[in-house]
Design a protein around this ligand. Structure first.
Ligand code: SF4
Length: 375
């Protein structure tokens, strides 16, 4: 079973922290949808297995697409693949797009999982982020979606801006819990170079909050969400039983996926490839059937090993010794087994049934530990 990702590279306005690929001009929208349809046709042999378990519309802001645009893309996917009857079909949306009409459209399209980018419940912070919605719109969009029968809803939250004191963060978490949603993805604000925020940090207009405060908020989030039946199944992801993101979980477990649209990534077990992050050039190359619309690298065993350690260690499923034995050479495994002892001694990793997972203490250092385990 594989996954399909479709990147919709348009947003109403640029959030000040965001370095994803998107354009705030919708002038190429129709041409781009047409190119995605062509890309689905020309890459129909990319995945070795045509059975699809998940479809994920990400961006950008996929909720900016019309019902017709989404229908055409889904129709093409269903034509070229064997999509399972109970496939998870996720659409990322912004709260300000989720009016009753939009929700009706998404129901008709059989989208069964909504990922709503709330980010914050604080209007001042939303303005600072340059989000296109208010806190009230965020809350009402979730309630409207629930009233329309969407049960599988995830929201995004960001912590670690100058507005997030521990007290504010507790209130944010409580509000999120009260919304009775099934899944939360939450990220520490990162300062990316080519963003407005990155520029403001460079010119000292803004300052970062310290790591200690971020760690405090991260631990508070684990504590509060776990007390409300959320399972911390990946460093940045919490889901209630039966509501983990299948699409992302498969990705973390090394499943194959194909990505369509500008900047989308694909993985077939051997190589990784990524489409050009430029809308007009993507459209032009796809039209000309010119392969320059993507770049590709064949992954070495070392790269595959490091990638597995990085992603698996962040999850509840951990690094599994049998998986290592099946996929990697003895030298890599010996090195891993030697190195992991230190982290077990430090109580940052625990081992159970030949599976290595992070302890709470280890979760604070996830990426550092993973990089130290690289070969
Ligand atoms: S955070 Fe989402 S809505 Fe904001 S610019 Fe990035 S992709 Fe667009």
């Amino acid at each position: 079973m594989s996954g399909i990702y479709v990147h919709i590279p348009f947003c109403k306005q640029a959030c000040h922290y965001c370095d994803f690929h998107f354009s705030t001009s919708l002038k190429n929208k129709d041409a781009l949808v047409k190119s995605i349809l062509t890309e689905i046709d020309i890459r129909m042999n990319y995945l070795p297995d045509k059975s699809i378990e998940t479809i994920y519309f990400g961006g950008g802001t996929p909720s900016l697409l019309s019902e017709k645009d989404l229908f055409l893309i889904l129709e093409k996917i269903y034509k070229q693949y064997k999509v399972s009857k109970d496939a998870e079909i996720t659409l990322e949306c912004n709260p300000d797009d989720l009016n009753n009409e939009k929700l009706k459209e998404l129901k008709r399209l059989e989208i069964n999982r909504l990922s709503i980018g709330l980010q914050s419940f604080n209007d001042e912070e939303l303005i600072w982020m340059n989000r296109a919605h208010t806190a009230m719109e965020s809350e009402s969009s979730v309630k409207r979606a629930q009233d329309r029968g969407f049960e599988n809803i995830t929201i995004d939250l960001i912590y670690g801006s100058k507005f997030s004191t521990l007290n504010n963060w507790k209130k944010t978490l409580d509000k999120a819990i009260a919304l009775d949603i099934k899944h939360i993805s939450s990220y520490n604000l990162t300062i990316e170079d080519k963003t407005k925020l990155g520029h403001d940090f460079k010119t000292k207009k803004e300052t970062a909050i310290d790591d200690e405060k971020s760690s405090e908020m991260f631990l508070e989030m684990i504590d509060r969400l776990e007390k409300s039946q959320f399972i911390h199944y990946e460093i940045s992801n919490f889901g209630k039983e039966g509501f983990f993101s299948t699409h992302n979980s498969n990705y973390w477990k090394g499943a194959y996926y194909i990505g369509y649209g500008p900047s989308a990534h694909s993985f077939d077990g051997v190589s990784r490839q990524w489409n050009i992050s430029n809308n007009p050039t993507y459209i032009k190359y796809i039209d000309e059937k010119n392969d320059a619309y993507f770049e590709k690298e064949i992954l070495t065993e070392k790269e595959r090993f490091n990638e597995y350690i990085l992603t698996a260690l962040r999850t509840i499923w951990g690094v599994n010794l049998n998986y290592l034995k099946k996929h990697f050479n003895d030298d890599f495994i010996k090195l891993f087994l030697n190195q992991i002892i230190y982290y077990i001694d430090q109580e940052q990793v625990i081992v159970h049934n030949e599976t290595y997972t992070l302890t709470e203490k280890g979760k604070l250092l996830a990426d550092k530990i993973a990089s130290e385990l690289f070969v």
